[in-house]
Each structure stands twice: as structure tokens, then as C-alpha cells.
Design a protein around this ligand. Structure first.
Ligand code: 1GP
Length: 237
């Protein structure tokens, strides 16, 4: 239990996860992205998931990703439909920033038996949505309000409560394609006061923004859109 979590998040170096969104990236391009990802030593693994899921072949998509990489493949699920036996692990996430019971515990109840059946490693993740200048897909689909970007104290209290509840990872999310990434002050404060690995994602589409997130205290960043828009971004960062 939790073998991959230990290796990646506790014992490993800081780095990046590449997000492959099965609704946005053409399955034919997956092999090329993975080949380049593998060459960049900062890439620790591949996240696969999406807010909505329009792609009817999620399982095939994960299988294709798995076949084309030696990096760990971790599901980043938008719902219980996004479970596959081909993945190594799943971010078993709860949208703790919101007050919608459906995404706090409902989806997880539907997923848990499948995850156990398939033997995928669940990584208990406190997922915190942070206001980012526009209504993101995850905000709309999850039916939750993000934490205001100037309320560092509220974000910190959520992260502390998540740690005390036993979550193993904090994920600060601005939302895919976010106009503004998670504020540095929020990253700094949470990293300083909460003893858990910290993942930051959403709107990290330049080298400068990624550097700033790391400098503020992010242990890991998640990059999606920037690579979908420009595959060479993997070599530039
Ligand atoms: C979204 O954090 C991820 O859940 C990645 O966001 O697509 O904006 O890089 P981007």
C-alpha cells in the first residue's frame, strides 16, 4: 500500500507531472508527448484526467499511455467514470475547498470498490480549488466555489484541516487553462505550515510562472495546456 506515493512524493525530488486530458489531446499524439516527457528528467509522472469526459474511450486512452511510457501513470479523476485497471495509481481526491457532498465523498464511494478490485494505488489528495480570474471547467462541473485568491488564511485552514483528517497530499488548483495561477503567497504559507507534499497546477504556461511556483514552495507542478498548445514546451522548461 502507498508504494508509489512514498517513492514519488516522500522520497523523490521535486519535479513536474504532465497532465494528459483525454478530451483535449489526440490519442495519436500521445506517443510523441510521452517520448519527449521521458527525456526531461524533471518529469516525475503522467496524470490523466479531465473535468467532464467527452471521450468514450477512457480505458483505451490510459492503456495507450501506459504502453508508451515507463513513467508512472496516475489517474487524476474528474468523476468515478475515470477509473482504469491500466493505471498505476489514482489521486483519490476530495474537493475539500467546496461544500458539495457529491465531490467531497459521493464520487469517492462510487470509485472505492473499483479501485480495490483493480489493485490501483489510491493517493489520498486534498484538492483545493483557488479563484483564478475566470470560471474554470472544474469550478462549473464540480459545482463548488473556489477559495478567493486573497484569502490565504482560509486556504491555510483548509490545508491544515486536510492534514489533520489524514490526507497525504495537498493539491492547489487554479483550474486548467486558468488566467492566473495560484498566488505565491498562498503556496508559501501552506508549504511553511502544513507538513505534506504540495502539488500546484493550473495556468502554469511559462517557464517564469513555473519557477515562481517552485520558489514559493511547490514540491510538484502540473502542466497540461502549455504542452497541448506547444509540444516543444517540454524541452524549453
Ligand atoms: C489542471 O493543474 C492542471 O488540473 C493543469 O492545468 O492545463 O492550465 O496546465 P493547465
Amino acid at each position: 500500500m502507498q508504494k508509489l506515493y512514498k517513492k514519488l512524493f516522500l522520497e523523490g525530488n521535486r519535479g513536474a507531472f504532465i497532465l494528459l486530458d483525454p478530451d483535449r489531446i489526440d490519442t495519436e499524439r500521445v506517443g510523441d508527448v510521452l517520448k519527449r516527457a521521458e527525456k526531461n528528467k524533471a518529469v516525475k509522472g503522467i496524470f490523466v484526467g479531465t473535468s467532464l469526459l467527452m471521450n468514450p474511450f477512457f480505458d483505451n486512452f490510459i492503456q495507450k499511455v501506459k504502453e508508451n511510457t515507463t513513467l508512472p501513470v496516475i489517474i487524476f479523476p474528474g468523476s468515478h467514470y475515470q477509473v482504469s485497471k491500466h493505471a498505476d495509481a489514482i489521486l483519490f481526491l476530495s474537493v475539500v475547498s467546496g461544500r458539495n457532498p457529491h465531490v467531497l465523498i459521493g464520487e469517492q464511494v462510487r470509485m472505492a470498490p473499483l479501485i480495490q478490485h483493480f489493485g490501483i494505488e489510491p493517493i489520498p489528495t486534498a484538492y483545493m480549488l483557488i479563484e483564478s480570474g475566470n470560471v474554470t471547467s472544474v469550478e462549473f462541473i464540480s459545482g463548488t466555489r473556489p477559495i478567493p485568491r486573497d484569502k490565504t488564511d482560509i486556504a491555510l485552514a483548509h490545508a491544515l484541516a486536510s492534514w489533520m483528517l489524514g490526507f497525504k497530499l495537498i493539491y492547489l488548483e487554479a483550474g486548467s487553462g486558468a488566467r492566473l495561477p495560484v498566488p505565491e503567497e498562498m503556496i508559501r504559507e501552506i508549504k511553511e505550515k502544513v507538513p505534506l507534499p504540495l502539488v500546484v497546477g493550473g495556468g502554469l504556461n511559462t517557464k517564469e510562472k513555473i519557477d515562481r511556483a517552485f520558489k514559493a514552495g511547490a514540491d510538484f507542478v502540473v502542466i497540461g495546456n502549455a504542452i497541448e498548445a506547444n509540444i516543444n514546451f517540454l524541452e524549453e522548461v
